[in-house]
Design a protein around this ligand. Structure first.
Ligand code: SF4
Length: 61
């Protein structure tokens, strides 16, 4: 599963990194997806991070 962070929308709050540090990491005050395709074991926390993003900047396909 692939995740995306809309760089325009992200406010750099760090919530996604706290929830799922294996997938999301802050760089230049914006969240970046650290892996091209999220391995099965991290999908649950990545979805949780998507759900928890206060500005809904995270999406997946
Ligand atoms: S939770 Fe949302 S707004 Fe906060 S850093 Fe992550 S993508 Fe950006």
């Amino acid at each position: 599963m692939k995740f995306k962070v809309d760089q325009e929308t992200c406010v750099g709050c760090g919530a996604c990194e706290n929830t799922c540090p294996d997938v999301f990491g802050l760089a230049d005050d914006k969240s970046q997806v650290k892996v091209d395709s999220v391995p099965a074991e991290f999908v649950e926390c990545a979805l949780e991070a998507e759900e928890g993003c206060p500005v809904k900047a995270i999406s997946h396909e």
